[in-house]
Design a protein around this ligand. Structure first.
Ligand code: SF4
Length: 199
């Protein structure tokens, strides 16, 4: 993986790109950039690990269904000025890949905000779109299913991989692949952090 290639590719596609050595530095930056904003969060272990919710909540109104009544928080997050999420993978060729079950994250990342931030640890950068999709399906989704204790083969089997299940508890119901800044968001920024974060 060539980090400079990732940065230049996403810039070419209309994204702002920032890079930080640590999540502490990224959190401080995001707090400074977003003072006084309404902010929505997508479901994300990366965001949980960075402590960003508590830091931003000091000066902002933050909506996150992992911390607040879920339906109301998702609805407010969809209409917030700023939306912050991670992704299941990004590729060196400039794609952002997400799998969603409920749909709030793939809906909100695509439309309707002054600014969308996508927070990415270096563990989620793949060389190609195909590898990014593979990662989303076979690493991110099964580990999320295990976190949620779903009754799906990826959560209950020994091997961590996707079984393309037909379970009613299947968490993978839609893909989002973004390969240019979406015009329905005023700005989109990829925040790269030189740490392994999330799944
Ligand atoms: S499709 Fe089913 S088996 Fe595959 S990762 Fe999603 S929930 Fe797990």
């Amino acid at each position: 993986m060539q980090l400079d290639q990732v940065i230049s590719q996403f810039k070419e596609e209309g994204f702002r790109v920032t890079y930080f050595d640590t999540s502490e530095e990224a959190v401080a930056y995001l707090c400074t950039e977003n003072e006084g904003k309404t902010i929505g969060f997508g479901g994300s272990v990366t965001l949980e690990e960075t402590g960003l919710f508590d830091a931003l909540s000091k000066e902002n109104t933050v909506f996150w269904h992992w911390k607040q009544p879920s339906k109301e928080a998702r609805d407010h997050a969809a209409n917030a000025e700023v939306y912050i999420t991670s992704a299941n993978a990004v590729s060196q060729t400039g794609e952002i890949v997400n799998i969603d079950g409920t749909g709030n994250r793939v809906a909100a990342i695509n439309y309707g905000h002054e600014k969308v931030y996508v927070i990415i640890g270096i563990n989620k950068i793949e060389d190609t779109l195909e590898q990014a999709i593979w990662r989303a399906r076979n690493i991110a989704a099964p580990l999320n299913a295990r976190r949620l204790h779903t009754k799906t083969p990826c959560a209950m089997g020994e091997e961590v991989r996707c079984y393309d299940c037909k379970s009613p508890e299947r968490i993978c119901r839609g893909f989002s692949i973004i390969n240019r800044k979406m015009s329905g968001n005023q700005e989109m920024e990829l925040v790269l952090i030189d740490e392994a974060l999330g799944y």
